[in-house]
Design a protein around this ligand. Structure first.
Ligand SMILES: *Cc1c(COP(=O)(O)O)cnc(C)c1O
Length: 244
């Protein structure tokens, strides 16, 4: 597997500061100043040196998409003390790598996958955070559970040992149509709001499921305006990913 070294002229501290400033401006311009939207740096295709540099520069929440990459970079990331999340589609036969190196799996979209994660976490006497990935764009190519099934899945997953559902994640519509993209993000927020409200009423036990992981380099402002609590940024920090 080919992983790319950091670009020669890359300044991770400046890139991360710029991304954080963008988040702050976005928060302020939609009335969410001080909301504390977290920055997750998506380090897929970049090597362990690049990932280490990200953490050293203050990017202490890192997302990995491919388990073959996580197996390579995981030990280096663990040494940095970074918080590592899985943000890519996860096959059940790769779930062990995810549980070994990540504290949160954002891409749970089936009960079978959750059951496997639960078993692996229990064996390792670990508590694992998970998010429910929802396909809000309706595109066949996108992973994630149907929005109508998201709450039932979240409730079933929360009932499994060693797992805590901490929120919902989506990959937005890849479009320049602000209204269409934001409608998807709004849908995710409504699912999250229902989870919390119905947990207050005792229908679900999803009180910890407040997180909304949505928004990437190209549209994080729209996601923050719709309530994102975490944005996942790759190219805007790392530079353009070389073709893989
Ligand atoms: C790569 C990736 C990102 C970051 O995308 P950019 O457009 O490079 O910011 C965010 N979320 C997921 C799930 C990704 O795989």
């Amino acid at each position: 597997m080919e992983l790319n070294p950091p670009l020669a002229d890359w300044d991770p501290a400046a890139a991360i500061a710029e991304a954080k400033a963008r988040i702050h401006v976005a928060e302020a311009s939609c009335g969410r100043a001080g909301a504390g939207v977290r920055l997750l740096v998506a380090t897929k295709t970049w090597d362990a040196d690049a990932a280490r540099a990200v953490v050293a520069a203050g990017g202490t929440l890192v997302g990995e998409s491919r388990m073959q990459e996580l197996a390579v970079k995981g030990p280096a990331l663990a040494e940095t003390g970074a918080e590592v999340h899985v943000i890519g589609q996860l096959q059940r036969n790769k779930a062990a790598t995810a549980v070994d190196f990540a504290s949160c799996i954002q891409t749970v979209d089936s009960l079978r996958l959750a059951e496997r994660l639960s078993r692996l976490a229990s064996e390792r006497e670990k508590e694992l955070s998970v998010m429910i990935q929802v396909n809000v764009s309706g595109e066949d190519s996108k992973a994630g559970v149907d929005p109508d099934d998201a709450l039932a899945l979240a409730a079933d997953v929360q009932a499994l040992p060693s797992l805590t559902v901490t929120g919902f994640m989506t990959i937005g519509l890849n479009s320049s149509d602000e209204g269409a993209v934001r409608a998807g993000y709004r849908r995710l927020r409504e699912i999250r709001d229902t989870a919390l409200i119905e947990s207050e009423r005792g229908k679900y036990s999803l009180r910890d499921a407040w997180e909304l992981s949505m928004g990437m380099s190209g549209d994080l402002e729209w996601a923050i305006a719709e309530g994102a609590t975490m944005v996942r940024v790759g190219t805007a920090i790392m530079g353009a990913r070389p073709a893989v």
